[in-house]
Design a protein around this ligand. Structure first.
Ligand code: ZN
Length: 213
């Protein structure tokens, strides 16, 4: 990583704020650089973060550097750590995007699409493939999601995202660039699927064959 990881977390949080992914202190991104993991404190305004506000953890999740005035580590910490340890992620982000929330307003335990061009931005997925993202149930407190998130990661090894019902999404990647790109593609697909449902089009169904002329 050429850029200082602390500066990069700050820059990406500001950018995600403009997308509506980390408003109201929710959501954020965590990066791994070598044997250190960088993440934000709990309950801070992500668009106003400074590099010195971040915690640094070792790969076992122990805090090795704590900011001077932070009350405690982000409640997302155990969830972010699952992506680093179970999936070897280089970065993981949590978004409170309205698109992600709306995509979970289905009785199903999976989000599915097929035949959408932006699926190609997701690891291992082509235009003709079926994209499947597990949906886990929300809990009263963010950290209580950790066990279910870890179980969904184990059950869906092809997915680099887990949706949380009426809440948002966790997305990761081998690098921060891949995590960001995939998060953008997933968010686009969530929005597209919601709008397709509004039009009465099933986003998980193959398009009908073109009528013969
Ligand atoms: Zn959240």
């Amino acid at each position: 990583m050429k850029q200082d990881p602390r500066a990069l977390v700050v820059e990406l949080c500001r950018h995600f704020y403009t997308l509506g992914w980390v408003s109201g202190t929710g959501g954020g991104i965590s990066l791994r650089a070598g044997d250190r993991i960088y993440m934000a404190p709990s309950g801070v305004q992500k668009e106003r973060l400074q590099p010195e506000d971040l915690y640094a953890l070792d790969l076992a999740g122990r805090v090795v550097e704590a900011p001077a005035n932070a009350p405690r580590l982000s409640a997302c910490a155990p969830l972010f750590l699952h992506a680093f340890t179970k999936r070897g992620a280089g970065a993981v982000l949590h978004s409170h995007s309205v698109n992600a929330l709306l995509a979970t307003l289905t009785p199903a335990s999976e989000f599915r699409t097929t035949h959408l061009e932006m699926q190609k931005g997701i690891r291992g997925t082509g235009y003709h493939d079926e994209l499947v993202v597990p949906i886990i149930e929300n809990t009263a407190h963010e950290h209580e999601l950790a066990d279910d998130l870890g179980a969904a990661m184990d059950a869906y090894p092809a997915s680099d995202a887990v949706l949380v019902r009426r809440h948002g999404v966790y997305v990761w990647g081998a690098t921060w660039e891949q995590a960001k790109t995939q998060a953008e593609c997933y968010d686009y697909l969530f929005e597209a699927a919601v709008k397709m449902r509004q039009l009465g089009v099933d986003p998980a169904a193959k398009p009908m064959a073109k009528a013969a002329e």
